[in-house]
Each structure stands twice: as C-alpha cells, then as structure tokens.
Design a protein around this ligand. Structure first.
Ligand SMILES: Cc1cc2nc3c(=O)[nH]c(=O)nc-3n(C[C@H](O)[C@H](O)[C@H](O)COP(=O)(O)OP(=O)(O)OC[C@H]3O[C@@H](n4cnc5c(N)ncnc54)[C@H](O)[C@@H]3O)c2cc1C
Length: 459
C-alpha cells in the first residue's frame, strides 16, 4: 500500500501518482498554503475534495483528510500505516517546491521511500529547451516544439483504495477562517470538469479560433479552474481535443482545435517560466535600465476594482470577476493594460487583486498574464503598443452585449453611445448613474510611453 498525497490533482482517473497502485489517499490542509489562498479557490477546493472523497467511496475506499504542516503530517501517516512508499505529483511554484523539499527531507530522515511524478503538465519543465539546453524565454519555438511532440495517453486508475477507520472530516469554509466568496464559484469535481470538457469539445472548440476573443460568445472552455486544481487530467483533455480534431469537418475547424491546443502549450510555457524563475511572482522578468515609476493612485485603483472607471469594457470585466470569480481572457488583457498603462499602477497590485478574486488563479499563468500586460514579462507586449479600451470594446463587443450584461447602468444605452462614452461631453452623456471616464486615455497613453522611455534611459 502506498500513501498517495493529493495536492493540485483532485481526481482519481488519469492521475500519474495513482496509476495501478494500492492507494491510501490523503489530502493535507496546509496552513502555509491557506495563507496565500482566497475564498473562491478554497470554496472550490472544498467542494472538489467532497467529490474526490465520493469517487474513492465508489471504489470501496476513502480519502484521508488531515490538517497541519505536511512535513510533519505526511511522514507520521506513512509510519502509522506502514506504507511502502509515499507518492505525489510535482508542483512547480517556488513555495510548493520548498514545501516538497521539506517533506522529502523529513521522509529521508525516517528512511521512508518516496516517489514523485510529472502530472499537471504534458511536457514537464526542462523537457522542451533550446538546442543549447536552455529554457525558452519566448513562446514561439517552445509552442511549436510542444505541439510537435508525441503526447502521452491518459493513465489507468488505482488498482485498489484503502478505507481507513477514521478518515477525518472536510471542514467548512468558515472553519478555515474564510468568508463566503463574493462571486459565484463553478461546480467542482471530476463530473463537472468532464461536463465542461465534453460540452466544449462537442461544439465550441471547432469555432474557438473565431470566437475566443469575443467575451459575449462564451466560446472558451472554462477549464482553467479544473486545470488549476487537477479535477481533470491534462492527458484526458488533450485526448478529447484530438478526438474533436479527428471529427472536425473542415480545415478551419481543425485549425480551431489546434489553436486551443496551443493555449494548453501557453500554460506549460508559463509553468516552465515559473519553474526556472520562481521570483517572477514579485520581480519583473524583463528589466529596464531604470525603474519604472509606477504611481500610487488609490482612487484610480479603487475605481478599477469596483468596475467604475468609466471605460465600459474594463468595468464589465472587473464586475464579471466579482460576480463569477472568473474573467474572459481578452478582457483580462484589457483590464490589466488599463491598470498598468492608463493608471500606471504596478502590475503587482493588479496581480494581488486577481489572486484574491480569481477561482482559477494559477501562479504561472497569472504572473505571465500580468507581466505581459505590464511589458515586463517574457513575451511582453511592447511598451508602446497600448490597448485602447474604447476601440477594443467596440471591436470585441460590438453590440455591447457583454458590457450590458455586467454593467446594468448601461442596459438601456445603445451600443454606439456606449462605445463613444469617452468622446461624449458631460451634457451628451446619458444620466444613467454610470461614471464619466476617470482618465483621458489619449493623455495617459503618452504619459505611459514617456514613463517607459525614461525607464529605458531614453530621455
Ligand atoms: C492578466 C492576466 C491574468 C491571467 N491569470 C490567469 C490565472 O490566474 N489562471 C489561468 O489559468 N489563466 C490566467 N490567464 C490566462 C487566461 O486568461 C485564462 O487561462 C483563460 O481566460 C481561462 O479561461 P478558459 O479556461 O475558458 O480558457 P480557454 O481559452 O478555454 O483556454 C484553455 C486553457 O488554456 C490555458 N490558457 C488559455 N489562455 C492562456 C494564456 N493566455 N496563458 C496561459 N494559459 C492560457 C488555460 O489553462 C485555459 O484553461 C490570465 C491572463 C491575463 C491576461
């Protein structure tokens, strides 16, 4: 029997550490991890643990739930149950690796065998490198190699599962000291994840390339939360996309599936960036000769968090985040650009807000997205290419459907007026309780460019 330590792999099927084992599964509620967590993610995680426990019960076993420091809990359990080996799947952030190192050391000290597997990604960090063996710092070649490589099939389920006498209870959110999440949280667990995967692969994936940028079309998979918590296996996701490709009726549809697969490669690209540069969480990946002079703008930051900047697409996104603990990708790019360029607020403040509110917050993807928008990242947006929130809104939400869904004040306002909000003078702007723009984009754009040029020493 092996002690199988679940972390961000909350499923029984297509789980590398479990394949073919006689498993004694455990989940440890780790105070150090909870310190960095936030209500939407903890709520999702607790529901996912219920589903995981149920899945084990269906196999005649149960999931042990423990609380404490894994470097104390895991070796103690291993000794108590006399297991052969302790197994877990790798996690790639700096904090997770420190924790795992401490557990490894504690197990070594007690002479307990342990093994680790790469599970959360298809191609683990270090397996796709330049010809010199260095990690890639731009996506293009990484992505091409990632797509060209053979992909592993989903792995088998455990052979058997133990049913310990005292498996421990799954706490409520409040027992862990968290408030209820402000926004809704998606259904958690393997069935919900499989449902999202199948629904997406049955149709939207074939139009993904066209639809993915239009937030009102619901054209994306919504699998980010499942990939974050591992309620679905990445090999299973890839296999489903390959089936969709085989069933695609045209070159365009096949291209759409490949576009989706390439997003999975982006996720693994950012995972390897985080693996090799754990400090991207707090430090700019790309440095300029001088410091970027970020501003302190409490009022602007508050307006941004509340969805009251007077830029409708930005506000719709920020309100979607608070309502659904999730935001559409194109809009994430726009709100991040608005904060870091129009308001010149440090990306770390935006990242922190996202970390607290996103149910799918993933350290690699979140820092990757923020640093891209702030022009400090790996494949960073050049500092002089600054999104115009009005034209972007008009282009990707022409009928203002998305905007009107999340900004009720604008529901009765026609799309043309909404997209011209910035250009209207105060008398022409309908009095619907929605604010005038808090900054003038044209001016702020110039200020941002000058600020970045100063940081580059070009003034
Ligand atoms: C500022 C900013 C912050 C972000 N923060 C996160 C985050 O915390 N967690 C997160 O998972 N994604 C993050 N992203 C990336 C992207 O916005 C989300 O992955 C996507 O919106 C999730 O919705 P989906 O699952 O429907 O995506 P789909 O379009 O269906 O994509 C499928 C999967 O591919 C991966 N993916 C898609 N786009 C990207 C991308 N640009 N970078 C890396 N992986 C990608 C995700 O795992 C996603 O679930 C961020 C992007 C930006 C610009």
């Amino acid at each position: 029997m092996d002690l199988c330590w679940h972390r961000r792999d909350l499923r029984v099927t297509d789980n590398r550490m479990l394949a073919g084992r006689n498993a004694l599964p455990v989940f440890v509620l780790d105070e150090a991890v909870l310190e960095h967590a936030a209500p939407p993610r903890v709520a999702f995680m607790l529901d996912a643990l219920e589903s995981l426990r149920e899945a084990y019960r269906e196999r005649g076993g149960n999931l042990l739930i423990e609380r404490g420091d894994p470097s104390a809990v895991v070796p103690t359990l291993a000794a108590e149950f006399g297991v052969d080996t302790v197994v877990w799947n790798h996690d790639y952030s700096g904090l997770a690796r420190e924790r795992d190192e401490a557990v490894r050391a504690a197990l070594d000290e007690r002479g307990i065998n342990h093994e680790q597997y790469h599970d959360a990604v298809i191609h683990e960090p270090g397996s796709i490198t330049t010809t010199d063996g260095d990690p890639y710092s731009v996506f293009t070649y990484f992505g091409k190699k990632w797509l060209d490589r053979d992909k592993p099939d989903p792995v088998s389920a455990p052979e058997s599962v133990s049913d310990p006498d005292d498996p421990g209870g799954i706490p409520a959110l409040s027992d862990l000291g968290f408030e209820a999440p402000e926004g809704s949280v998606p259904d958690a667990g393997p069935d919900a994840a499989e449902n999202r995967l199948e629904t997406f692969c049955d149709g939207p994936i074939r139009r993904y390339e066209e639809d993915r940028d239009y937030p009102s079309r619901g054209g994306t998979s919504r699998l980010s939360v499942d990939l974050k918590f591992g309620t679905v296996g990445i090999r299973r996701v890839y296999a489903a996309t390959e089936n969709a490709k085989a069933e695609a009726g045209s070159k365009e549809e096949r291209g759409s599936v490949e576009e989706f697969q390439s997003q999975l490669a982006w996720r693994e690209f950012y995972t390897q960036v985080l693996y090799y540069h754990p400090n991207v969480v707090t430090k700019n990946y790309k440095t300029y000769d001088g410091e970027i002079e970020w501003r302190t703008d409490e009022e602007g930051f508050d307006a941004w968090t509340e969805g009251k900047t007077g830029y409708p697409i930005v506000d719709a996104g920020m309100r979607q985040l608070r309502e659904e603990s999730w935001m559409h990708n194109r809009v994430r790019m726009l709100v991040a650009a608005f904060l870091t360029k129009d308001l010149l607020v440090d990306w770390r403040e935006g990242y922190d807000w996202f970390r607290k509110h996103l149910v799918d917050h993933d350290t690699g993807n979140d820092t990757g997205g923020w640093q891209w928008a702030a022009s400090t990242g790996t494949d960073a947006q050049p500092y002089f290419r600054i999104f115009n929130p009005m034209t972007q809104g008009e282009r990707y939400d022409p009928d203002a459907e998305y905007i009107r869904e999340y900004v009720p004040e604008l529901r009765e306002v026609d799309p043309k007026t909404i997209h011209a909000w910035h250009d209207l003078d105060d008398e022409a702007r309908p009095d619907v309780g929605y604010p005038a723009p808090i900054v003038d984009h044209a001016i702020r754009r110039e200020v941002a460019i000058e600020t970045f040029e100063r940081a580059r020493g070009e003034e």
